[in-house]
Design a protein around this ligand. Structure first.
Ligand code: KPL
Length: 297
């Protein structure tokens, strides 16, 4: 299968290498056009893959049968809208990012959009990407018409297991959003690993209460207690991780706060709900971003 991977960051490189190893024809697509993209990945098995793949080739893009988008949430809609005219109308676009809100931004797109949520974890070590933790990727349709792409889950599963198709992927996306809304900004506030957040039980409880209230209004099946249990589970199972938002803050990169806490706050406002604890954390992260050395954003 011909696959273009839009975004050659940590997750993009892992997918490029994994799909290539399964015999798929792959190319990367970079924001600053280049003929090749370099992949330097240490796999879960400890194997180092150093390779160069074709990049930004318009002919390859127009023949692609899948556009896999591994960009950060805030980069997605502009990049996808730029590529859309060159894609076949039937080419599915699979969005794999933290947070929510990009579907709304891409609602006018002609191509079928699929949404994915992944728990694979990677970190950068200089120019090298280390795949630190295996995970599960749930993918699914964003409209009844896109359900015909369920076979993609099997293909992706062979490359980077586990991948599962979910007709109701929105519920997995909401759950991941809730987890990110608690862990990511709190880890930024306390500048700590995920595991150290276990010391902030009261704040976590208040956040879960606010988020569960918004989710219930949005028609998601959840409760304050079950959300708190899920979040605490992730805090323990990823105890040694530095979450993606804290990695971004430390590297003075733009974070995904607008699509994580920002999304919850926007949905709360639309529902007439107030989420003061989430708003406080949103301000903390925005302030840190605003204080970066302007040159580096
Ligand atoms: O998805 C994550 C992230 O770092 O963004 C969590 C689940 C919080 C794991 O670190």
């Amino acid at each position: 299968m011909k696959i273009t991977v839009l975004g050659c960051g940590a997750l993009g490189q892992i997918w490029l290498a994994a799909l290539d190893q399964q015999g798929h024809e792959v190319q990367g697509w970079l924001r600053v056009p280049q003929s090749y993209c370099s992949v330097d990945v240490v796999t879960l098995a400890g194997q180092t893959i150093g390779k160069r793949y074709l990049a930004n080739d318009a002919a390859f893009l127009s023949e692609s049968s899948l556009l896999l988008v591994t960009l950060k949430a805030w980069q997605v809609s502009e990049a996808v809208k730029n590529l859309q005219p060159a894609l076949r109308g039937s080419c599915p676009i699979l969005l794999l990012h933290n947070g929510m809100g990009t579907l709304e931004e891409l609602s006018a797109l002609q191509q079928p959009i699929l949404r994915g949520v992944t728990t694979h974890a990677a970190k950068r070590d200089g120019s090298r990407v280390i795949h630190v933790a295996s995970g599960v990727t749930h993918i699914g349709p964003t409209s009844p018409e896109t359900a015909e792409f369920s076979g993609l889950a099997e293909m992706l599963h062979h490359a980077l297991p586990d991948v599962a198709w979910h007709n109701n992927v929105a519920s997995a996306a909401w759950q991941k959003l809730a987890i990110n809304c608690v862990i990511n900004p709190l880890a930024v506030l306390y500048d700590c690993t995920n595991g150290e957040l276990a010391n902030y039980g009261d704040e976590i409880t208040v956040l879960c209460d606010e988020i569960a209230m918004v989710m219930e209004r949005e028609g998601q099946h959840t409760s304050k207690a079950s959300l708190l249990a899920v979040v605490m589970d992730v805090i323990h199972s990823t105890a040694a991780n530095t979450c993606s938002m804290l990695q971004d803050i430390r590297a003075e990169r733009r974070t995904e706060i607008e699509y994580i806490t920002g999304y919850i706050i926007r949905r709360a406002r639309a529902q007439g709900l107030s989420t003061p604890q989430n708003s406080r954390l949103y301000e903390v992260v925005k302030r840190k971003e605003q204080n970066y050395d302007r040159e580096r954003i």
